[in-house]
Design a protein around this ligand. Sequence first.
Ligand SMILES: [Zn+2]
Length: 142
Amino acid sequence: MHIDRRCFLGGLAVMGLAGCARASEGTEEIHFGRDTCAKCGMVISDPHFAAEIRGGPDRQLVKFDDAGCAVNWLEKQAWRADTTTDFWVMDADTGQSWLKAMEAWYTPGAMSPMNYGYSAHQQKRDLSVNFEAMKSAALSKG
Ligand SMILES: [Zn+2]
């Protein structure tokens, strides 16, 4: 809260919000073993399957332990069709770099935290499916 207010006042002072871009844009660090998934409430402990969504009227960042949790959570938001929503999934190969969820490839059969079973990758590989296919599989699991 402190940071937000300082950012807001600072933005007013310079008649611009450029310096505040970081507060409402981009990914945030997940504190593994401490942060919890917004959908299932489990502690996010495995970097390889983490996901983040930033969107809605306040551009809040929300964290997840499984891409399947993220798509199910997003589906329940009134702003789910907002095309300015940012959605990232962790590259399961490294567990360190974020991929744009819509552009990633999803390989089934992974031991993901909530058993949605998809690992996200930058490149298409055998059996990989696109975002839409992963999403409908995850939604059908609920
Ligand atoms: Zn979850």
